[in-house]
Ligand binder design. Structure first.
Ligand SMILES: Nc1ncnc2c1ncn2[C@@H]1O[C@H](COP(=O)(O)OP(=O)(O)O)[C@@H](O)[C@H]1O
Ligand SMILES: [Mg+2]
Length: 304
């Protein structure tokens, strides 16, 4: 029996007459300690899927089970990290994490709760920023606080909803490595949602593409057999990595119907005849370069 299991789950929003079907017939079984990455287009329903896993929304049909039990609302066994940090601005790094620790471990002595909080702040390399408030931190540091706060609650499942999407490329790479390291140390079950196939392959044991919505569904998972720890510099050169990336991208492109539209645009085509340089300079100034415009209709695929 899988640790986290979604069976025949569908979810839509709105009243029946103007209902938007978002997710249709999702099936996914995740083993304990597994790191699964879900890759999908923006607007496909990734956050909706995470909210279902967190128990924040209920499916229209189907079931979501954790350790064999059907989910009834949110709980501290599932820790969710969002894209937008969601820290309390008037609390320091330490206080933001401690607040969560106090809620989950209310029965433990204060000294133990402080030590626990400090351990997780150290795990994300923020000990030196312990007494700073979110406004004084960079985006990457804020996201580390979010990760520390969630990990400190010791969830059975860590749900990461595009936690790195708002960060610049360098910070993103650093935090990816940190997530990989923390996962190797803690072996918590992780579900990471991302729109970046490379991030998914670098971090996960298995990548599951979510097809384009409406009625988005999960494509068959792609196992990532690359040895750990994975070095991002070496991995880019690795033919196996390239082949896995193609597989993920192919799966995302082939699934679902791509909408088509017709565009009419003015194309300036290069003039292949040489300019007549015997003409006076004023001729060119008046006419501009001797190029002919052409109107052309073409059918192109557009993202929704
Ligand atoms: N609470 C809601 N009420 C109505 N529509 C929603 C709600 N949440 C999300 N949606 C719609 O569901 C679709 C999927 O949204 P979301 O799950 O946020 O996608 P993603 O995270 O992949 O970008 C979008 O079209 C969005 O507008
Ligand atoms: Mg989202």
């Amino acid at each position: 029996m899988a640790f986290l299991e979604i069976s025949h789950v569908s979810k839509g929003y709105g009243p029946p007459e103007q209902r938007a079907e978002v997710l249709a017939d999702l099936n996914l079984a995740i083993e304990e300690g597994e790191f699964v990455a879900i890759v999908g287009y923006s607007g496909a329903g990734k956050t909706t899927l995470m909210s279902l896993l967190a128990g924040l929304v209920a499916p229209d049909c189907g079931t979501v089970k954790l350790a064999g039990r059907e989910m009834q609302g949110p709980g501290p066994d599932r820790g969710l990290v969002f894209q937008n940090y969601s820290l309390l601005p008037w609390l320091t790094v330490f206080e933001n994490v401690k607040l969560a620790v106090d809620q989950v471990f209310a029965d433990r002595p204060e000294a133990e709760r402080i030590a626990h909080t400090e351990k997780f702040i150290g795990m994300v390399n923020l000990t030196r920023a312990r007494d700073q408030r979110p406004a004084e931190l960079s985006g990457g540091m804020r996201q580390r606080v979010s990760v520390a706060r969630t990990l400190a609650m010791r969830p059975k499942v860590l749900l990461l909803d595009e936690p790195l999407s708002a960060l610049d490329a360098l910070t993103r790479a650093t935090l990816q490595d940190e997530i990989a390291r923390i996962w190797q140390e803690s072996r918590t079950t992780v579900v990471l949602v991302t729109n970046d196939p490379d991030e998914a392959i670098l971090l996960a044991d298995r990548v599951v593409p979510l097809t384009r919505g409406p009625n988005a569904t999960l494509a068959p998972g792609i196992p990532i057999p690359l040895a750990r720890p994975r070095d991002r510099r070496l991995i880019n050169e690795n033919p196996e990595f390239k082949q896995l990336r193609n597989q993920v991208v192919e799966s995302l492109l082939s699934a679902g119907v791509k909408p088509k539209t017709t565009l009419t645009r003015d194309l300036i085509l290069p003039d292949i005849e040489p300019e007549d340089i015997s003409k006076p300079w004023s001729y060119f100034n008046r006419r501009g370069p001797l190029r002919k415009g052409e109107k052309r209709e073409e059918s192109v695929e557009v993202a929704p």
